[in-house]
Design a protein around this ligand. Structure first.
Ligand code: PLP
Length: 283
């Protein structure tokens, strides 16, 4: 099926969508993106994704007004036109076309694009089996809190992880896990949930925030600090969070089985609570 995508104000068939070869997103990675999960045709945590979009844009001084109502209407139109039940909407704002120059253009004309992908998130095999993960040095840039399209080290690392028979990678810096390729990393030990604190070193995950809120509501203790690969290997449970993954178990790290070798009971409890609540609040 030919998808309908969104480019600079127009809904067009995907094979008719065009962006300038001078676009700074294409030439320099000068672009910000967000991915919103769709379940039952509804957008999950949409306002939080728009808030992070606005923050990322402000951090790179991109003059683009995040009109949440207009963007919500655009997302709904894409869902309707593509008959999307489960999947995601990818949205990207770049600084637009300009003569190539490291300095930002004085009067940028940002490019806004969005498209859908249909993916059966709630019936993926990894929900039951969990992820096998390998560690790898975190060689990404130092502002991982800004959701830019410069993600080539992530691609290289994930390809390498899959060649080693793993599903994903956990990045390590100064002996401590930062996060996964496109997810935040957690361990559970003696009923305490441990995850790295927010800083420029990691993306401030929308799902991370929701899961920590649930955990605290359920009376679980949360420690926001870094942990090593060895500590994770000895944890009772481990999991990752990302919008489309919700909480997904991690069962192996660098060849060492974590816990029972299956997604742990607390992970599954948090996952189910999150899915239940987010479906209620979906837009
Ligand atoms: N960390 C990175 C590097 C990511 O790319 C993502 C999501 O794309 C996440 C964490 C999880 O963020 P969220 O829960 O907002 O999807």
């Amino acid at each position: 099926m030919t998808r309908t995508v969104f480019v600079n104000g127009s809904f067009v068939p995907e094979d008719q969508a065009t962006v300038s070869i001078f676009d700074r997103g294409f030439l320099m990675g000068d672009a910000i993106y967000e991915v919103t999960t769709v379940i039952d045709g509804k957008l999950i945590e949409f306002p939080a994704h728009m808030a992070r979009l606005a923050r990322s844009l402000a951090e790179i001084e991109m003059p683009f007004e995040v009109d949440e109502d207009a963007l919500l209407a655009m997302h709904h139109e894409l869902i309707a036109r593509n008959d999307l039940d489960q999947g995601m909407i990818y949205m990207q704002v770049s600084r637009g076309p300009a003569d190539r120059d490291f300095v930002y253009p004085a009067d940028p004309k940002p490019t806004l694009i969005a498209f859908t992908q249909s993916i059966p998130w709630l019936s993926m095999p990894f929900i039951e089996t969990g992820f096998k993960v390998v560690s790898c040095p975190d060689k990404r840039w130092g502002r991982r809190d800004i959701k830019t399209v410069q993600i080539l080290w992530t691609c290289m690392s994930k390809v390498d992880a899959q060649r080693k028979g793993a599903d994903d990678v956990w990045f390590v810096e100064d002996g401590l896990v930062t996060e996964g390729s496109s997810c935040n990393a957690f361990i559970i030990k003696n009923n305490r949930i441990i995850t790295r604190a927010l800083s420029n070193d990691i993306l401030h995950g929308v799902t991370r925030a929701v899961i920590l809120k649930f955990a605290k509501e359920q009376g679980l203790e949360v420690e926001e600090r870094g942990f090593s690969v060895e500590e994770a290997q000895q944890a009772d449970e481990a999991f990752v969070t990302a919008s489309p993954l919700f909480a997904t178990g991690v069962v192996e790290l660098d060849g060492v089985t974590i816990g029972s070798g299956k997604p742990g009971p607390m992970t599954m409890q948090l996952r189910e609570a999150h899915i239940r609540e987010s479906l209620k609040d979906g837009l």
